[in-house]
Design a protein. Structure first.
Length: 104
């Protein structure tokens, strides 16, 4: 069941899908796609809102960490608008951890 809330900052519309609250319709749509890929056997499992410590009290929350049945692990952030803060935190995470964040 989907519920809609008033558009927030950057016109993102909060949405509830499968009882989970998402910051945007785009993020909820990606969650639904990943759930279908899991049912199809392409994705083993995935995590939402994965926290990364950037140091100095700065935290970064990744939208999805995906574990594919091929053994590959990917890191995704669903973005409609890239803020300066997001760009800075993304660079910090990618420099501190051996990962590459893909923007969906």
């Amino acid at each position: 069941m989907k519920y809609r809330y008033r558009a927030g900052k950057y016109n993102a519309e909060k949405t509830i899908t499968d009882g989970i609250k998402f910051d945007s319709k785009k993020e909820a749509r990606r969650y639904s796609e990943l759930a279908l890929l899991k049912k199809a056997g392409e994705v083993s499992w995935f995590l939402r809102q994965v926290p990364f410590d950037c140091g100095g009290g700065v935290k970064y929350r990744l939208d999805f960490m995906i574990f594919w049945t091929s053994g590959e692990v990917t890191f995704e952030d669903v973005k409609g608008f890239k803020t300066a803060t997001y760009k800075m935190k993304k660079k910090l995470v990618e420099s501190k951890y051996p990962i590459e964040i893909t923007e969906v």
